[in-house]
Write a protein that binds this ligand. Structure first.
Ligand SMILES: [Zn+2]
Ligand SMILES: [Zn+2]
Length: 161
């Protein structure tokens, strides 16, 4: 931040510029806090909108990793147990020992593949589902959408300088 009058670097907590005595902050009509004069959007409102968005993105976010890995591990464990049981005791007449062993091996392979499969699913669809959710949040809370939009353009402006 720089003082708009003398263009010297100003610190965020200063109320007045110590070089030219120009007032830097005023009482924000929206939140009542002292805020930077010329701000595009109320800082407290931006913080609130950001917090709300983070909370919204967190709640109920489909955990794709768990959704992929858990069923695969359950299936894998079931196959290993079933295959091992059958090949050990030959109690299921319609399955040969070889078939039972194949079931055990395939079950083991599914178990081994579950972690990479979960990571791949997360990498492929995780970002997309978060973007979708962000869109939903902005549609559901247009008042926050407006604030966040303003904050974004304010940041783009200050980084241009
Ligand atoms: Zn100044
Ligand atoms: Zn404010």
């Amino acid at each position: 931040m720089t003082c708009p009058k003398c263009n010297k670097a100003a610190q965020a907590e200063w109320l007045f510029c110590p070089f030219c005595q120009n007032p830097l902050k005023e009482k924000c009509p929206e939140c009542g806090e002292m805020e930077w004069i010329g701000r595009i959007v109320c800082k407290s409102l931006v913080d609130e909108a950001r917090t709300k968005q983070v909370e919204y993105l967190k709640q109920g976010t489909p955990d794709l990793f768990e959704k992929t890995v858990l069923p695969m591990i359950v299936l894998s464990a079931a196959m290993i147990l079933f295959g091992a049981y059958v090949s050990e005791y030959h109690k299921v007449a319609w399955i040969t020992k070889t078939t039972a062993e194949i079931i055990t091996v395939v079950g083991g392979l599914i178990g081994c593949a579950s972690i990479p499969a979960g990571l791949l699913t997360e990498a492929k669809f995780g970002v997309r589902s978060e973007a979708k959710k962000r869109q939903k949040f902005l549609q559901k809370f247009p008042e926050y959408a407006e604030i966040l939009e303003k904050a974004k353009s304010a940041e783009a402006e200050s980084s241009d300088e």
